[in-house]
Design a protein around this ligand. Sequence first.
Ligand SMILES: Cc1cc2nc3c(=O)[nH]c(=O)nc-3n(C[C@H](O)[C@H](O)[C@H](O)COP(=O)(O)O)c2cc1C
Length: 205
Amino acid sequence: MAEIIKLPLPLLKGTMSVEEAISKRRSVRNFQDKPLMLYQLSQLLWSAQGITRRYKRAAPSAGATYPLNIIIVAGDSGIIDLVGGEYLYRVSDHSLKLIKKADIRSPLSSAALGPSFIGTAPLTLVITAVYSRTTSHYGNRGIRYVDMEAGHVGQNVSLMAVSMGLGSVMIGAFSDSEVSSVLQLSKEYIPLYIIPIGYPVSDEV
Ligand SMILES: Cc1cc2nc3c(=O)[nH]c(=O)nc-3n(C[C@H](O)[C@H](O)[C@H](O)COP(=O)(O)O)c2cc1C
């Protein structure tokens, strides 16, 4: 039986304006050794792919084909009340599905050509894509639609992070095959973006 962890419901009002979040956003590559709360993970995932109206989601998707899946890599003691490990975000009921109970930050960092901050960030989100969900409607043009959508999701996550006092960085440089192997992704899931997230050390902002 799959282990499912229900997330707290997302808050639909925050304390920082969109303008302030945009102006404060900066790539952060140095994180404090400070855990995140489960509600912060909930907000980040909701901003990435949460359902906002009927079946439609927080980020736009060509033809509402929704090709993206978000993988969560939580460090040991990275998130309060969540065992370190790998999880899949289940959009339908805003929950996590446990994939593996193990802190895989270090092998993930190696698969991403070794940046230390992937090894130390309390949380990393990996945006993966199943291209066929979109190319089956749009042919080859669907490839660019999927890549564009990953950008929308990445920006939502970046700004959501800033609004909660967190920082993040978008990582595009990694070995697809090694990341897929570390995350034990099935063949049709292609990793597109790795996003380490945490509290910035003060000189990073
Ligand atoms: C598509 C894309 C790929 C990126 N890949 C990496 C990366 O592999 N490693 C990294 O440290 N930063 C990466 N970045 C972050 C950029 O280096 C960063 O956004 C840029 O230096 C501008 O700084 P700012 O984000 O603070 O405005 C990437 C950004 C984008 C948009």
